[in-house]
Design a protein around this ligand. Structure first.
Ligand SMILES: Cc1cc2nc3c(=O)[nH]c(=O)nc-3n(C[C@H](O)[C@H](O)[C@H](O)COP(=O)(O)OP(=O)(O)OC[C@H]3O[C@@H](n4cnc5c(N)ncnc54)[C@H](O)[C@@H]3O)c2cc1C
Length: 324
């Protein structure tokens, strides 16, 4: 029996495996090889790996993990989980039954492409979610942002770090009057109408076609489609989740333990750090929103990156009592 089975062997799962393997815990990692950022040509902001293709980073990580006899990497899907702490069973798509005392869920999220021609085709190149990942390369150029809810207002304020030329696409949504007034004050045009197609001309460029009015060309388009965990194992187990503006996430405590003892979770499928997230929400309601929200957003983004890297520390803490 393993000490730990990790379900999802990408950035979060492999980071956890490295620390556990070095601590001489017996670990099996199950992975289906579909990391969320596989659509991007390059990954940015990860120290030592900046501007590398994401799949190259993962291949290098797997190669490094191969030197640990304590870590077993398996290319297989986890299909079901049964049992309880100290005696979990995981059934793989290949029909193998594996046992472990603890589990880590790190199977990430899948972005749900809207039914707009050209959206899925441009995802990761001319349509991207994150300025920290892709903003530097198009700084100072004309950015577009597709409205996805009140959180989009925070993004608008954040984007000033990279460009002063931003167009907001309402995409058929009602943008509240107070936000419209703020956008007008910032000289940010709002394009009403629904997006019916997005055309690409190579590179980052995107031309947004609308059901009303003329097409609008931008140098890059930011969008935040809803997402959901890439597997439903947490549902079968009845693990607690939280609603976020873009989908559901697994609820975890500060040790990254889910609502079921012995099952931990890490990476994109977990909720954001609630303190930082709460801070953003609170600040939204204050007069001094602009400056403070921007700072809080930055903190939130830092948390976003730290989530993956901090994972290792959480796991070594979480598993310290494994033998007790
Ligand atoms: C377009 C785009 C560009 C991005 N660019 C950057 C960037 O430049 N820099 C950056 O830091 N972040 C970037 N990100 C964010 C980054 O992709 C995520 O934060 C990161 O991938 C999260 O890692 P994770 O391990 O939680 O999940 P993922 O990387 O999504 O990995 C989950 C893994 O679990 C596997 N899996 C799923 N179900 C199962 C199952 N049932 N059994 C076994 N395995 C399973 C999947 O195949 C996958 O390998 C980008 C995201 C997008 C969408």
């Amino acid at each position: 029996m393993d000490d730990v089975i990790i379900i999802g062997g990408s950035f979060a799962g492999l980071a956890g495996a490295l620390q556990l393997g070095r601590a001489r815990r017996k670990v099996t990692v199950l992975d289906t090889g579909l990391p969320r950022n596989r659509f991007a040509g390059h990954s940015h902001g990860l120290l030592g790996h900046d501007h590398k293709p994401p799949l190259d980073i993962l291949a290098e990580a797997r190669q490094q993990l191969a030197r640990y006899p304590t870590i077993r990497l398996v290319n297989a899907r986890a299909d079901s989980i049964s049992g309880a702490i100290d005696d979990f069973s995981v059934l793989t798509g290949d029909g193998e039954s594996l046992g472990a005392r603890r589990l880590i869920l790190s199977y990430g999220v899948a972005d749900q492409m809207p039914d707009v021609p050209g959206f899925a085709e441009g995802w990761g190149t001319s349509i991207v979610p994150c300025p920290y990942c892709d903003g530097f390369e198009v700084a100072g150029q004309h950015w577009g942002l597709v409205w996805s809810g009140r959180q989009s207002h925070n993004y608008v304020r954040l984007y000033h770090d990279w460009t002063d030329t931003l167009t907001l696409f309402a995409d058929g949504h009602d943008i509240p009057p107070d936000i419209r007034a703020d956008l007008a004050r910032r000289n940010i045009p709002v394009v009403d109408g629904r997006i019916i197609e997005i055309a690409h001309r190579g590179g980052h460029n995107a031309t947004v076609k609308l059901d009303t009015g003329p097409n609008v060309a931008v140098d890059i388009l930011f969008a935040h489609p809803r997402n959901k965990p890439s597997a439903s194992l947490h549902e079968s187990l009845g693990l607690a989740t939280v609603n976020t503006p873009l989908g559901i996430a697994l609820k975890v405590d500060e040790r990254r333990e889910t609502s079921m003892p012995g099952i931990y979770a890490a990476g994109d499928m977990c909720e954001y750090d609630s303190v930082v997230h709460g801070r953003v929400v609170r600040i939204e309601h204050e007069e001094v929103a602009a400056a403070h929200a921007q700072r809080a957003e930055r903190l939130e983004r830092q948390q976003f990156y730290l989530r993956v890297h901090r994972v290792e520390r959480c796991f070594s803490l979480a598993f310290r009592g494994c033998d007790a």
